[in-house]
Ligand binder design. Structure first.
Ligand code: 8IG
Length: 277
């Protein structure tokens, strides 16, 4: 062909759920694992968890799965892994997140979540790196997401689809996480579009409207996960205090560094939580 292959999700007439079903069939074929029980999206700082959750049965480049492919120049999209936990459950680990700020549209942002549901997953664990608004929080601290405020002004739902978002971040799953680590605090996640970090005034706005965590990924994914009927557990690694809460400017390098420092601790926490789900 003269040009790079198009992503089927970019055809407005295509059904994103049918494409997710095709992606799930690709995963079954490429991993040899017919069904998954739990899906886990690993955000910044959480990557090491994949190694300790269980035995990796198969690892698949996301580019081989329908809907994850992109024009070649945009490069690397990450890996999908099938992991068997000690208790014998199949976990689909998604290391290939598409962010809203990449401007490929919200269908691409939530495709991995819809695919996870199509593989049979009943629980969606969404993790991310984020900024903290609560002054008592320290960089490197993991917190549970109790609810969200979606400031993207967008939705993964198409047409007049009305979905209840009460208890979106399952209380039952948060309670299980707190049985593993009773010191886990929780807060309301505000999704901004990014990719710039907030101004201090925007952080104050988020605080005044009830937010405690600022990020760029999880709210849209959680809405799609709920639409797909999954139960959701959200975990943020506070890599930095939000702009104006911390006195120094935000630096991407420092954010990455805080993530790396926290990685061994939060990865083992996550592995223990997954085993308890
Ligand atoms: I890591 O301070 C990380 N991601 N919106 N604000 C927003 N996203 C983030 C931040 C932050 N830190």
């Amino acid at each position: 062909m003269a040009h790079s292959p198009q992503n089927p999700l970019d055809d407005p007439a295509a059904d994103p759920f049918e494409i997710a079903a095709r992606a799930a069939a690709d995963i079954a074929r490429l991993t040899g694992v017919e069904n998954h029980d739990i899906a886990l999206t690993l955000g910044s700082g959480w990557g090491k968890a994949a190694e300790i959750i269980g035995e990796t049965i198969a690892s698949v480049p996301a580019t081989e799965v329908t809907g994850f492919s992109r024009p070649a120049l945009e490069g690397h999209v990450g890996t999908l892994r099938s992991i068997r936990t000690p208790s014998g459950r199949n976990v689909l680990v998604i290391g290939a997140r598409t962010h809203y700020y990449e401007d490929h549209g919200v269908r691409r942002v939530v495709h991995s979540v819809r695919t996870a549901a199509a593989t049979g997953a009943k629980i969606m664990v969404l993790t991310n790196g984020a900024g903290g608004i609560r002054e008592t929080w320290k960089p490197g601290q993991p917190v549970l997401i109790s609810d969200h405020i979606n400031l993207t002004a967008d939705s993964p739902l198409e047409g007049a689809t009305f979905i209840d978002l009460t208890d979106l971040y399952s209380r039952r799953l948060r309670d299980i996480a707190r049985q593993i680590d009773p010191s886990l605090d929780e807060g309301v996640y505000c999704q901004f579009r990014g990719p710039h970090y907030e101004t201090p005034a925007e952080v104050q706005m988020a605080k005044h409207i009830g937010g405690h965590i600022v990020g760029m990924s999880t709210a849209l994914e959680a809405i799609a996960a709920r639409q797909a009927g999954m139960e959701i557990l959200g975990l943020s690694l506070i890599t930095n205090l939000a702009a104006g809460i911390q006195e120094t400017p935000l630096s991407h390098a420092e954010v990455i560094e805080a993530g790396q420092a926290a990685e061994p601790v939060i990865s083992s926490l996550l592995a223990r939580i997954v085993e308890a789900l």
